[in-house]
Design a protein around this ligand. Sequence first.
Ligand code: TYD
Length: 134
Amino acid sequence: MEIKLIQFQSHGDERGSLVSLEQNNGIPFDIKRVYYLFDTKDKVRRGYHAHKKLKQLAVVLKGSCRFLLDDGTEKIELLLDNPAQGIFIESFVWREMFDFSEDCVLMVLADSIYDESDYIRDYEEFIKVSKNDT
Ligand code: TYD
């Protein structure tokens, strides 16, 4: 599985840093939704789903957390700890997020509004669907 880490342009000067995200300009989709996770409790592991259509880009704005990404054949773990970097998550990728630092703020940009029917929340079903897909 190819992991698409996107490095954003950081406008840094003596005052600090600024990153600007614009749809279809570095972000490979139209941004329809933004949500963020914060105050995540110790030892919490969340996600545990894939999407049928949704594409997302996750950015850790503060702190750090780990991602497990699984396309049904390969699992990759990675640490996100850089607000100038985003991870692009395609559809049909199972994701779990864990090891949240206490201060972690995880922002997600999505190409569609929230739609529960787009979720695959059962891992066995995900494996079945991803096998049929290949
Ligand atoms: P959930 O899917 O459990 O989060 P995660 O997969 O990151 O662990 O979402 C938690 C709750 O928030 C759930 O009731 C659905 C709701 N929710 C929305 O209303 N809109 C959204 O955009 C998202 C991502 C979740």
